[in-house]
Structure formats: C-alpha cells, structure tokens
Write a protein of this length. Structure first.
Length: 360
C-alpha cells in the first residue's frame, strides 16, 4: 500500500513522525512537503530530530494570501499524485496544505484519511475552520481524537467512517519526553545566535497567530509577561522577529528572553521545566495539558475544549490585566481524566486504513 502524506507546517511534522514510526514493510510512505513552513528552524530541524524520512517532494510554496497559496499547492500536489498513483492520501490538522491536499486528491478519486477530524471552532471566518470542514466533508476515513470531535462529525452526518483514535500529538509528546529523559542536554539560542542558559524558574510564551501579532495585541501580551515574578522564555516565529525586537526595545521589556524557534524536543523540555504557559498554539496548549502545566490560551476559542477543565487551560483576550488575572487562578487536576487516549493513535490509524482496504 502506497500512502502519500502531505505536510507543510511545524505541527504536521510532529504528527507525521508518530505515524511514520508505526509503519511496517507492507506500507510505502511518500512525504510531500508543501513548503508552507520553510525556515530551517521551523522545518528541517523537525525532520532531523524526529527522524522523519526526507520528503521525496518539496514544493517550495509559501507566502501570498490564502487563495494564492492554496491554488499553487493544489496544482503542484496534483502533479505529484498523477505521477505516484498512491492508494491513500494522509492529511493532518487544518492548514492550507491540508485542504489543498484534500482537493487535489478528491479530484483524482484518491481516498483521503484525515487525522484530527471533527475539530471545530464554530466560525467560518477562521481560515483553519474552513480547512477543517472542507477536508472532513470529502475524506473517506475520519480520525477523531476524542468523543467531542466524533459528536461534531455525527452532527454533520459524517460519522459513518469516523473512528476515535486519540490525539496523535500525545504519541509524539510521550516519545519526546522519553528522549529528553534519555538525553537531557540540549542547546538553545537567542536571536543573535548566542547560547542561552535557562533561568531556574521561567514562564513559557509562544505567540504567532495573525490576530495576536498586530501591535496592540502583541504589546498587551508582552506587557503581561514582563510583569510576572520570573522571566519569560519566548521563541519568536521568523516572520515576527523584527516587530517583536522593536517592541521589546521601545517598551523596555527586559524580563522577556527572546529565542530562536525551538525544536520539538527542546520545546517539550522547556515545557517540562517551566512554571506556566501562555500561548496561541493548539499544539502547545495540549502539550501543557499532558504535562499538567497551567496554560492561558490567548484566543477566544480552542479546538481542544477537553482542556478547559479545572483552570488547566483558560481562554483570554490579548489584554494585559486579563492574562495576569487568569494566571493567578488556581488549577485543579483530576488524575482520572485522560481524554486524549493512550499514546497509540498512530497504530490505530494504520489499522483502520488497512482494514478499510480489505473491505473495498
């Protein structure tokens, strides 16, 4: 069985690594990298450290508006599909790369398997929501992380070929945590590429979404972090680097340590040792939940409502006072609550694909 896996953004590399490890000699996987994340610190480092097979195709498509990017991806992916004639296309999450792969495959009658199916934010004004809905609508196999996503698919009459498999990001988290225990040494660098020794106590901030990186929102988030009792570690997305350095200099935000983007193992290690997390990343809010670190998600929705229990994850506007207030809320953890599965989502996904082939 030949599977083409489409990836393009950092979270997809991490998920694809878990699935690649689950494959055996009966399956051939061809990885297609659209190029949506192209910076070495946002792309190549993940293939290297996660031991993902090198992409057979790197389409080099990044930048431009949503329509332009998606259109170029569809055309390029279609060329690959015609050449390779795969049995399946495997897609992750909700990026432009995901929807482009789905549209290219469905036109060629190639069956689609969608990992993280059924995640919903409820607003089509959100580009990722459009990508999720379209991909789920045309996929043959839908892999829901939990009961909540399966219920969403049932409400849309899409549950016939849907399966709860757990969150594949949990597979990757457990793998990274074990690797960090086996090899605890790692290097991190500031924006001038000087090595940074982490303080004994610190907060962990990531912030990259468009709605949070306009000047007003970003300044409010950074002001909140600068007022905390311990410094904040902030790995900066390449596209925001100039703006953030300027803001930190003008505002004299000297309690924030700006870093180069972190590799996945490094990010999990930083998470393991931090006090709390402030983020707008869907992946990091889940990883904070796994690690039992309190998280403030600077968005007005989350694709992971399972995390919104006991103040373990709280939504916040990009407002200085609101972020600080919610960081002070007490977190409560129910040790019996494990909504994201047992760390074997990749194996379950592979089994369902194989079994589907046997039925048709």
């Amino acid at each position: 069985m030949k599977i083409i896996t489409i990836v393009g953004a950092r979270p997809q590399f991490i998920k694809a690594a878990a699935f690649s490890r689950a494959l055996d000699k009966q399956q051939e996987e061809i990885i297609v990298h659209t190029g949506q994340h192209f910076d070495s610190n946002m792309s190549k480092i993940f293939f290297d450290e996660l031991e993902i097979p090198e992409p057979k195709y790197n389409l080099g498509i990044s930048g431009g508006n949503h329509g332009e990017m998606t259109g170029k991806m569809i055309a390029a992916i279609e060329t690959v599909l015609i050449k390779e004639k795969p049995d399946w296309m495997l897609l992750y999450g909700d990026t432009n790369s995901t929807m482009a792969g789905a549209l290219a495959a469905v036109k060629l009658c190639i069956p689609i398997a969608h990992v993280e199916a059924g995640c919903r934010g409820g607003r089509l004004s959100n580009p990722e929501e459009v990508n999720r809905v379209v991909t789920d609508r045309i996929a043959q196999l839908l892999f829901a992380p939990t009961e909540i996503e399966l219920h969403n698919l049932e409400q849309e009459n899409l549950a016939e070929n849907a399966h709860i498999v757990g969150n594949i990001m949990y597979d990757s988290y457990l793998y990274a945590k074990k690797r960090n225990r086996d090899n605890p040494d790692f290097l991190i660098y500031d924006l001038n590429h000087n090595r940074v020794i982490l303080p004994e106590q610190y907060y962990y901030l990531t912030c990259h979404r468009q709605e949070n990186t306009n000047d007003d929102a970003l300044i409010n988030i950074l002001r909140a972090m600068n007022q905390l009792e311990a410094p904040t570690i902030y790995p900066v997305h390449p596209r925001n680097r100039g703006r953030i350095k300027t803001i930190c200099n003008l505002e004299k935000l000297d309690h924030i340590i700006l870093l180069e983007p972190l590799g996945y193992f490094e990010s999990i290690k930083v998470l393991m040792d931090c006090i709390k997390v402030v983020t707008d990343s869907g992946g990091l809010q889940c990883e904070a939940f796994y690690e039992e670190k309190q998280c403030i998600t600077v968005l007005d929705f989350t694709p992971w409502p399972q995390t919104l229990v006991g103040n373990r994850n709280q939504l916040s506007r990009p407002d200085t006072n609101e972020i600080l207030r919610k960081l002070n809320n007490k977190m409560e953890i129910d040790k019996n609550y494990h909504p994201f599965g047992n760390g074997y989502a990749a194996e379950k996904i592979l089994t369902h694909i194989v079994n589907y082939n046997k039925k048709v």
